[in-house]
Ligand binder design. Structure first.
Ligand SMILES: Nc1ncnc2c1ncn2[C@@H]1O[C@H](COP(=O)(O)OP(=O)(O)OP(=O)(O)O)[C@@H](O)[C@H]1O
Ligand SMILES: [Mg+2]
Length: 514
């Protein structure tokens, strides 16, 4: 919509006078309504191929603040500083761009050419609930972000909070614009442009190049310093993600600049036990962020999920890409693999990373031959996780001939589950004792003759006795005859191998069943 109204342009923005209710009252309701309507309207443009659609909605009378505004929409996924830059450099226009449509808030970029908001760099971010039916929680978070940002006004790691305003009843906060891109975007750009390592026979480890490592370390160091500054000022962030860190590396003369944003869940440190817990949570989140930065992969099962990869996977990914000493620092802050926080503060982490940066040359020179850790290695012929089963079977076998009547131990399980391999293992162990171990397998496919498994076991045993000489054969024969005597013909008929010891039976057994 279009609408003109006389405005009092002479009233400067009074930064100190918060909340600025009186001035907000002066705002032209219709203009604000138009602004909000135009902001809403751009939802329809998000699917556009170019993702840049000019709505051409001029809302020219938003009180003393916004005049001659043209609203343009740039979908979040193609937003970059340069695209904004080229538009705002249009001298005669003040542009407002929707730069981020979040779950609960929208962020608009406003080029404040006449410095009506009192921004330092001439551009501000206006943050407001993304739904006119905003709830209390959204308002609380906005107000919290404002309060915490004001508290951190001396902290360069956080963008300054300029004012709290109301756009037709919708609360909004105005913050200094932080140029750059989200760390999430920075990471995916950087990793997609990175040359993949030359694949040699030995694919792992694919350690990052010294140049890439140096860029990552510098950024990690800057981020740690930023968090340390926030912590030192008595605040914890509580929601550190790659989306809540803005990185600006566009100025080649200065080092990369880092702003921590998204302070809606931030809180003031209280001096009871919860304090270290809160700091610890920020540090762990920082570890996950650095993991993504160095490896280019999420430490979670999937993007947006909370379930971490297994410790082994995390350790392996890290030790493939970065020198051990750096991997260890990251594992420490992520509290993975039995490591816990040896870094008690972000400041310690900052110092630690600085020490690594100064020593990077020698660290890198020795890391290209490092063996990645955490890779699952299976040792051949080792039985995994069967300790208790082996003990059980051993104790049954050792009780043979000692405790009462005859016993039988049966092992059942699906094919391939490891029955034979357990038996083989116990057989090996029994070699040291006076138990003679014989075995046979009940097999579905060997049902031609009776009791083939026992026959196979006895055949093995008879072969062993025969190999020990005639005296041994005689002793065993006597022992068997003493126990069974007349019925021995039944045995030799069913288990022909016994004939090697007992000989042919003279009395044929009576057949009782066919
Ligand atoms: N706990 C284990 N640790 C390591 N390897 C195992 C384990 N269990 C089974 N295996 C391996 O799996 C394979 C199958 O085991 P095995 O032959 O003992 O199975 P099975 O239960 O006897 O199968 P089938 O019923 O077909 O005879 C073997 O190569 C064995 O070494
Ligand atoms: Mg088997």
């Amino acid at each position: 919509g279009k609408r003109k109204k006389e405005q009092d342009k002479s009233v400067p923005v009074d930064k100190e006078n918060y909340p600025r209710k009186e001035k907000e009252k002066d705002m032209d309701d219709q203009a604000v309504y138009d602004l909000i309507a135009a902001m809403d309207q751009d939802d329809t443009c998000l699917d556009d191929e170019e993702n840049v659609v000019k709505i051409s909605t001029e809302v020219d009378s938003l009180s003393m603040i916004l005049d001659n505004i043209s609203i343009e929409s740039i979908a979040m996924n193609t937003f970059s500083v340069s695209s904004v830059g080229s538009k705002v450099l249009d001298q005669n226009k003040q542009n407002i761009l929707e730069v981020h449509e979040g779950d609960t808030t929208n962020i608009f970029y406003f080029h404040d050419a006449d410095n009506k908001f009192g921004s330092h760099a001439g551009s501000v971010a206006i943050k407001l609930p993304n739904d006119e039916l905003f709830d209390n929680d959204q308002v609380t978070r906005l107000k919290n972000e404002y309060t915490v940002s004001r508290h951190l006004s001396q902290c360069a790691a956080v963008r300054s909070a300029i004012s709290e305003i109301e756009l037709r009843g919708v609360p909004a906060i105005v913050l200094e614009w932080a140029p750059g891109m989200t760390l999430g975007k920075w990471i995916s750009c950087f990793h997609s442009n990175m040359q993949s390592p030359v694949i040699t026979e030995n694919v792992y480890p694919s350690i990052l190049s010294k140049d890439d490592m140096s860029i990552f370390l510098n950024l990690a160091w800057n981020i740690s310093k930023a968090i340390a500054d926030i912590h030192d000022a008595g605040v914890v962030h509580n929601n550190l993600t790659t989306e809540n860190i803005i990185v600006d590396d566009s100025n080649e003369n200065t080092s990369v600049s880092v702003k921590i944003i998204g302070l809606g869940s931030a809180s003031f440190q209280n001096n009871n036990n919860g304090k270290s817990q809160m700091i610890r949570k920020d540090l762990t989140s920082l570890g996950f962020i650095f993991f993504e930065m160095f490896t280019g992969q999420y430490p979670f099962q999937a993007k947006g999920e909370n379930t971490l990869l297994s410790p082994n996977q995390l350790i392996f990914e890290l030790t493939c890409k970065v020198p051990l000493v750096i991997a260890k620092i990251l594992l420490h802050i992520m509290e993975i693999g039995g490591y816990n926080h040896s870094h008690h503060s972000a400041r310690d982490l900052d110092n630690n990373l600085y020490a690594i940066i100064t020593d990077l040359e020698s660290i890198m020179s020795s890391c290209y031959t490092q063996v990645p850790l955490g890779q699952l290695e299976l040792t051949e012929n080792k039985l995994y996780g069967r300790g208790s089963h082996i003990m059980e079977l051993m104790s049954v076998c050792q009780g043979i001939g000692i405790n009462g009547p005859s016993k039988i131990a049966l092992i059942s399980g699906y094919s391939g589950e490891g029955k034979s391999v357990i038996v083989k293992c116990v057989k090996e162990m029994l070699k040291e004792t006076d138990v003679y171990f014989i075995s046979g397998k009940f097999d579905q496919l060997q049902q031609g003759g009776p009791l083939p498994a026992i026959n196979a076991a006895l055949a093995e045993y008879c072969g062993h006795i025969v190999s020990q000489g005639s005296q041994n054969i005689l002793d065993i024969r006597r022992a068997i005859m003493k126990e069974i005597n007349n019925d021995v013909g039944v045995l030799t008929a069913v288990f022909p191998c016994l004939r090697k010891i007992i000989g042919e039976s003279t009395a044929n057994p009576v057949e009782v069943a066919s």
